[in-house]
Design a protein around this ligand. Structure first.
Ligand SMILES: *Cc1c(COP(=O)(O)O)cnc(C)c1O
Length: 355
């Protein structure tokens, strides 16, 4: 089966094979070697220097985002969440449940974040220390344009917490040009690992300045232990092997820029085919990520029929969420997908969708 949902992804043989590594106790030096290798590879994905640290925990992407949101904001400081989809709205819930004073700048799901509204929220609330935003909002496929938001934050001396769960490893992220304090992501999206490890790339100074509101998700505790080659809790050891193997593969193929080109090529093929048979993308041209694109289900078809027809051909696609349930379908091009499978996909889409 080829998975075209936004994670988990279809595995390469190498990554799947790594799951079969030796049984390991996480208090033995062999685990330290594995964890150190992963942390270094993660830092290397964007060529970062040592004011940055990769902090790895076991949990899904949401765990890493929640660890970032609940650890990096100083006590008594406030958060502005900029939301234009499910994952932005989820960050606002996390912060509120952790009793962080939270301001939310909600945008319609089909819209780019409204810059003037961000600016006035920051102007009105000088206690805001951080803006939380999703990079690639997987709800619609929009890649939020961070440069102008970074510029506003810079002017107000505010730092950014980035949900990079579905962009890290593929999209460009300007760690040193934007005022980033943290970027949360997971093993099983653009990195092509297995669900299990999730991580935050955090500025060490932000970890020191921040205040944790959780026991399991306290980045401060993970960082102290991991810098000493330890870990506070039992990690998902076998999936750490798989992530390490996946990071070696990413490096071998040419790293993040090469992965971005690969996704662009795959998604370009699919988009071209769909447009040729009259299927409309959900978003205007030029704003979708290289990772995933949403399309409107044509009137003469239903999501379920399309999903089931494609599954018979060996492909799993993804439905819309909320108001978009049944109205759109999403195709992600992450994972180990042979070029021949993209060809087969195009034919299957044509067969099922051409009116
Ligand atoms: C997948 C995803 C998450 C996390 O989802 P999990 O199911 O917890 O892995 C968070 N943010 C974005 C933008 C995502 O695409």
């Amino acid at each position: 089966m080829i998975l075209l949902n936004p994670g988990p992804v279809t595995l390469s043989d190498q990554v799947r094979g790594a799951l079969n590594g030796d049984d390991l106790c996480h208090r033995e030096p062999e685990f330290a070697v594995l964890q150190n290798s992963i942390r270094q590879h993660l830092i290397d994905v964007y060529g970062l220097q040592n004011q940055w640290a990769a902090i790895v925990l076991t949990g899904s992407g949401t765990a890493a985002v929640e660890a970032m949101v609940t650890s990096l904001i100083p006590e008594n400081k406030e958060l502005l969440v900029v939301a234009n989809g499910v994952y932005g709205e989820r960050m606002a819930s996390m912060a509120k449940r952790a009793q962080i004073t939270t301001h939310v700048q909600n945008n319609e799901w089909l819209k780019a974040p409204e810059l003037a509204a961000i600016e006035s929220a920051l102007k009105a609330n000088p206690e805001i220390s951080h803006v939380a935003i999703v990079h690639h909002e997987t709800t619609t496929g929009r890649l939020n344009d961070l440069a102008p938001i970074a510029e506003i934050c810079e002017r107000f001396g505010v730092r950014i917490l980035l949900d990079g769960v579905s962009s890290f490893g593929a999209e460009d992220i300007d760690f040193n040009g934007w005022p980033l304090d943290g970027c949360a992501a997971t093993a099983n999206k653009c990195l092509h690992g297995v669900p299990g490890p999730a991580f935050v790339i955090a500025r060490r100074q932000a970890v020191a300045n921040g205040s944790s509101r959780s026991v399991y998700l306290a980045l401060q505790d993970y960082l102290v232990k991991q810098d000493l080659s330890g870990t506070p809790f039992t990690p998902s050891v076998q999936t750490f092997y798989a992530l390490d193997a996946a990071l070696v593969e990413l490096k071998a193929m040419g790293g993040q820029p090469a992965r971005k080109r690969l996704y662009e090529e795959r998604l370009g093929n699919v988009r071209e085919k769909l447009q040729a048979i009259g299927v409309t993308p959900l978003l205007e041209d030029g704003v979708s990520s290289c990772v995933l694109q949403s399309f409107i289900v044509p009137d003469h078809c239903s999501y379920d029929a399309l999903h089931d027809g494609l599954k018979k051909e060996g492909f799993v696609i993804y439905a819309g969420q909320g108001n978009f349930a049944d109205k759109i379908f999403r195709i992600s091009t992450m994972g180990e997908i042979p070029p021949a499978a993209i060809e087969r996909l195009s034919h299957a889409l044509e067969k099922l969708l051409a009116s």
